[in-house]
Design a protein. Structure first.
Length: 100
């Protein structure tokens, strides 16, 4: 499984390099890295996705995923600041799309 995820990650990284303004590529990198356990890499990719232009419905998913990853990392490290950041991300996801 890990090897296949690495292949998928490499493909999304290539897509992002080819179209660096394509927010969904960065979001997908974040999803794959989360699955691989690379939470720092996931946070970096998701932060990039949020800085790029995308439709508002997408931002809800971006904030949701970023919030969940930060909470997961905070749980592992007992980092209260990161917990707060994660919860703020989840709150922003609900604000962006209450039906998500």
């Amino acid at each position: 499984k890990e090897g296949r995820l690495g292949e998928v990650e490499a493909l999304y990284v290539q897509m992002a390099a080819h179209r660096p303004q394509h927010a969904d590529s960065h979001f997908n990198i974040g999803l794959v890295r989360t699955s691989m356990g690379d939470l720092d890499g996931a946070i970096a990719a998701l932060d990039t996705a949020l800085r790029l232009p995308a439709g508002m419905p997408h931002h809800s998913f971006y904030y949701q995923q970023l919030g969940m990853v930060k909470c997961k990392k905070a749980e592992r490290s007992n980092d209260h600041v990161l917990w707060d950041e994660g919860l703020r991300g989840l709150t922003r996801a609900v604000q962006a799309d209450p039906l998500n």
